[in-house]
Design a protein around this ligand. Structure first.
Ligand code: CA
Length: 220
């Protein structure tokens, strides 16, 4: 899941970025509305967090420009960040096509919860939790449980697990698994695929993933 954060206050932008990355999202940060518009025209994001007061284009201007453009997927959820007293901003933002808002200063965990909810809604995955054995995986929220206990997976481990579970009963090649990692997380981690598989077996259970030597892996 890729999130674009458009925010010109470095402290806020960094705070959001750090916590989203911890939650396993791939995050891009931009501080200028115009640059954000260009990025949104050329790349695909699953969600945008948008400040209103921005250089280049304001959040409102950006929203209205996006609405008129054809290169933007209008299903992409947008969460706007507004100033404490600016009630008009919230209304205007929602009118301009934002899906939700947070008022500064906000609780970062509430922000994450809203991000999850927006993604769940937009992906239509409200009931689409992947179940296997006693494992439950929510692709939208990145929550994983085993025997109803939460399991903390690193982003790449999560990506590998989802790909294997979505292809249950089929051998998934190493190449395909590696691609899934890049689609889900653009941070460079040096760990090889084998290490992620090893961690998944340890954190879940060892017979979950079988190695098909020279070919790939399978969740039987
Ligand atoms: Ca600002």
């Amino acid at each position: 899941m890729r999130v674009l954060v458009v925010e010109d206050e470095p402290l806020i932008a960094d705070g959001i970025q750090v916590i989203l990355k911890q939650e396993g999202y791939a995050v891009d940060v931009m501080a200028n509305g115009l640059h954000a518009f260009d990025a949104l025209m050329s790349e695909t994001f699953d969600l945008m967090i948008l400040d209103i007061g921005l250089p280049g284009l304001s959040g409102f201007e950006l929203l209205s420009k996006l609405r008129k453009s054809t290169g933007f997927n209008k299903e992409t959820p947008v969460l706007i960040l507004t100033a404490r007293d600016a009630i008009d901003d919230r209304i205007l933002g929602l009118d301009q096509g934002a899906d939700d808002y947070m008022v500064k200063p906000f609780d970062i965990y509430e922000l994450i919860a809203r991000v999850r909810a927006l993604l769940r809604r937009s992906k239509g995955r409200a009931n689409n939790v992947i179940q296997y054995d006693e494992i439950e995986v929510d692709p939208a929220s990145h929550h994983v449980t085993y025997k109803q206990q939460p399991v903390k997976l690193r982003p790449r481990e999560f990506a590998v697990l989802v790909t294997l579970l979505e292809n249950q009963g089929k051998v998934v090649s190493k190449n395909k698994l590696e691609e899934s990692i890049y689609a889900w997380n653009n941070e460079v981690e040096s760990n090889a695929l084998e290490v992620h598989i090893h961690h998944l077996r340890k954190k879940l259970f060892s017979s979950l993933i079988k190695t098909i030597r020279g070919v790939g892996y399978i969740v039987p």
